[in-house]
Write a protein that binds this ligand. Sequence first.
Ligand code: PSU
Ligand code: MN
Length: 309
Amino acid sequence: MNIGMDIQSEVAKTLAENGPVVALESTIISHGMPHPQNVETARLVEDTVREEGATPATIAVIRGRLKIGLDEKDLEYLATAGHREVTKLTRANLAQCIAAGGTGSTTVAATMIAAYKAGIDVFATGGIGGVHRGAEQTFDISADLQELSKTPVAVVCAGAKAILDIPKTLEVLETLGVPVITYAQSDFPAFWSRSSGLTSPMTADEPMDIARAFATQRALGLGTGCLIANPIPEEDEIPPTTINPLIEKALADAETQNMTHGAVTPFVLQRIYELTKGASLAANIALVLNNARLAAKIAMHVRKQSDNA
Ligand code: PSU
Ligand code: MN
């Protein structure tokens, strides 16, 4: 059995020429941001990747088809249809959604699987899922972390959100053998803030060095992905002292309302958006665009590395 993938023609052409492609996730559109900023950001991210000379490929499942590259209609649908119609897809439910002819947006984990299958090496997102605070009770650890350990795609993010337990997230990544490289600073970033107060396992100052490390990983046959943490630009950051109390409040609300499983992250993001009166969203948009730029640069260098191989 072969599953049909619909690879958009612009993406297929770039891949055939061994050109740079940057995969983009869609859960951020359906579950991560309010409308209309979600669809506006989705377009802006694609434009940013193009401005940097790479081809964007936003990934989702639309009526049972795994789509690598979405058109305007698909983007608008994912941005407006709501959580009942658009399933949040991760490794566990991706196949069933396709088999049933369903529609779903891909998280970091599911986007990595699809990108790899399509031959795309680099992927840009906002933040990855991680070990939730209180995981010692709930066992809530995002499937994104395991995916990074077994799918060889380089994922550019702005670090892990402070709604998570960042020290435990880094510990799990280390256990799983996932390289974590922070771009141009030694502290691991915390999404809305430039620093989490923790030192990053590794640092690289040039996109080319990141591409070389990733290519070397593949040459060694490690099979792992790579997490690249790109700090939010200074002018867009929300200092930890401002955001942390609001995060505490949002997490307490999630507990009061008994949020579990995939519902936790979307609920908390929405609450923080309300509590910061929209400031968290402005920062989120800025960091996603910043990640798209870095991912495009890394994608170029990864392609050059494979030309030289
Ligand atoms: N971080 C964001 N916005 C998002 C997500 C993370 O700033 O929309 C999404 C990503 O798709 C990520 C997912 O893969 O949340 C993680 O969900 P969970 O914690 O349920 O694994
Ligand atoms: Mn979870």
